[in-house]
Design a protein around this ligand. Structure first.
Ligand SMILES: [Zn+2]
Length: 235
């Protein structure tokens, strides 16, 4: 007689599945048969469990074979395919505080994300780079444009235009509402609301956005790095 007893570890979100195979020795069932059942059954249960875990959009990322993030922190593509490429364990100088590290590669941009937890399959406690979110101190409208810019880094021309809209919105928030963006940036600098360097950068974003908006033939298409640079300066 043979039977299997699947048991999950304490947290329902981890993919650790233990399957115990027990055979009554009297039946003479060869041990390799028992092992085969164990392996295929483990794979089947694990596969179905991982699918159900991925279907839950609210679950926190765990150190599974794939890292489940809403967006890639490098290129911001939605639902990125982030595959495990490296793993390792570290301890501090006393040999304590072990951390389990896993690196994942984004299939869209090739960027690497490194995350750690207390154990393999555990909940991610921190990762590098982390998902980019707009600072809470930025006013709502501007923050909205900026978050959209961050979320569309994979479409750099659009991201740059959204960054310019964020600059525009921030100036309006400070009651600089008259004239075109160029005039308002200059006025804000004159009033010492922004420094000269900030004004210089704001003009750069404005001109870049203009070039993209008017599909200027002489201008090369911006890259994700170009868009990232203009947003980073702002954030
Ligand atoms: Zn990516």
């Amino acid at each position: 007689m043979c039977g299997r007893s699947p048991s999950f570890s304490s947290s329902p979100l981890t993919a650790k599945v233990r399957i115990v195979v027990f055979c009554t020795p009297a039946t003479g069932t060869p041990s390799h048969t028992a092992r085969n059942i164990d392996m295929s059954e483990t794979r089947r249960v694990l596969a179905s469990y991982q699918v159900s875990a991925q279907e839950d959009p609210w679950r926190k990322p765990h150190l599974f074979q794939h890292l489940n993030l809403h967006r890639c922190p490098h290129c911001a593509v939605a639902s990125p395919l982030l595959s495990r490429i490296w793993e390792g364990v570290t301890v501090d100088y006393t040999g304590q505080n072990g951390k389990f590290w896993v690196s994942y590669v984004c299939s869209t941009c090739g960027g690497i994300i490194t995350a750690w937890s207390l154990r393999d399959g555990g909940e991610v406690l921190d990762m590098y780079p982390s998902t980019k979110l707009v600072d809470e101190s930025i006013p709502d409208n501007a923050a909205d444009y900026l978050q959209q810019a961050l979320d569309s880094l994979h479409a750099p021309a659009g991201a740059i235009m959204l960054t310019a809209s964020a600059v525009d919105s921030m100036l309006k928030e400070k009651n600089y509402t008259k004239g075109d963006l160029k005039t308002r940036i200059n006025q804000a600098a004159q009033d010492h609301l922004i420094t000269n360097e900030m004004a210089e950068w704001a003009h750069e974003v404005r001109l870049d956005a203009n070039a993209q908006r008017h599909a200027d033939q002489a201008v090369t298409r911006p890259t994700t790095e170009d868009a990232q640079r203009s947003i980073e300066l702002e954030a």
